[in-house]
Design a protein around this ligand. Sequence first.
Ligand code: KIV
Length: 286
Amino acid sequence: MTHAVSPAREAASPTLYGGTGTRRITVRDLTLAKERGEKWPMLTAYDAMTASVFDEAGIPVILVGDSMGNCHLGYETTVPVTMDEMTLLSAAVVRGTSRALVVGDLPFGSYQEGAVQALRSATRLVKEAGVHAVKLEGGERSLHQTELIVQSGIPVMSHLGLTPQSVNAMGYRVQGRGDEAAHQLLRDAKAAQDAGAFAVVLELVPAELAAEVTRSLHIPTVGIGAGAECDAQVLVWTDMMGLTGGKMPRFVKQYANLRATMGDAAKAFAEDVVGGSFPQPEHAFH
Ligand code: KIV
């Protein structure tokens, strides 16, 4: 049995966003999008229902980010997220989608020991959760991990600039400022590409540097707080929908205010219950 996509089917999905295609997006589609200069959106998701909304909206790539730590599981940072948590929630996201390419994050501690540990973790996410690719932080420092995972047939997205799993060492600051840091970021991006990564996330990087990295790579860059020249943009869904509480970083554009909408709905329900106006006869069974 062959799984090759026929030219006719390929042509049915000429664009990543807004096209008519229904088949699952592949990493090859992302490479082709870079060649045609097409920009694309990526959102995080941590559960099947949210993922299905984004899939139906045509978001071509969904990241089960370890931002689930602070945006879904109630941790302060991404650091405590475990492979069990990542596997469980990634499987839910995959079940909620039929078109989006689902990328699962390798959580802190699941790949830093070396290439063999990284491959074991990536394999678990692919086999048990069904993700189509994995993401890991670091360029040169994660070179062997990226190489072995890619050679084993699992697509890898690399994550550079601000790498939240290193928050205890680097804090949350713009990265790549100054000549030496900028050169290191370029070296990291090239290292990730040479190791076989299919895309590179650039987080909190000066826009000019992100543009230079984007021009110098043949794989797509996915920006978050990295300016408008990246090939793609990603946002954490709870941030861009206004569900996350507290002050947002300035790179976040808020497209909805779910926190207020949900709070208002909860209060309206509570008032109906307390005041006796819910349930009404049409909500009851006899
Ligand atoms: O975990 C995450 O959501 C991420 C994005 C911010 C890129 O890594």
